[in-house]
Design a protein around this ligand. Sequence first.
Ligand code: MN
Length: 226
Amino acid sequence: MTDYVFPPAITAVPTSTGAMFPVRRIYCVGRNYAEHAREMGHDPNEAPPFFFGKPADALVIGDGDMPYPTETADLHHEIELVAALGRGGMDIPVETALEHVWGYAVGLDMTRRDTQAIAKKGGRPWDMAKGFDHSAPIGTLVPANGTHPASGRISLTVNGTVRQDADIADMIWDLPHVIAYLSKSIELKRGDLIFTGTPAGVGPVVRGDVLVGEIAGIGTVRTKIV
Ligand code: MN
């Protein structure tokens, strides 16, 4: 029988046009703001950028609650600008990279910081520190329509207190360079999301905390840790 053959689940993110954006893969940039690289004990001038992934079904949409994950006592918030690709490619040139971007959203790269520290120390993969269930809350996607933000305030509050506050212009690798580098390693495709890294101010959250992230001109993301 063929009852073991079933269609893959497709995670889709709501857009401001009313349509849903089906997600293929999630790529994330590590240490893309100098102050955050320093707070994590690294030299921000080390190059080139590096990447890791999250499963597409780790997304939390619609400002839904995020269950506090197992196997951590140090769950951290990381607010990030998320780019959604409408067109893929390999070896995409910096000059035309933004033509591949369909739109933008505000996302949270939630991280088991203690698990990550153990992985770093042991030279082990980050998957269980970064790619766990519900680890990627994301707000509404807004289409770029030819307008790509190079600057704008990026901030996150926890229970109303500002924890992260910076400008997306502070990225070490801007989005065109991120796309160019990433597309050297893998073929990007329509539906891919890129989390572009977090500014300084990451820190722990606990059950009951309400996180609200905002990027000027893009929108917000909100989640409650439960
Ligand atoms: Mn991150």
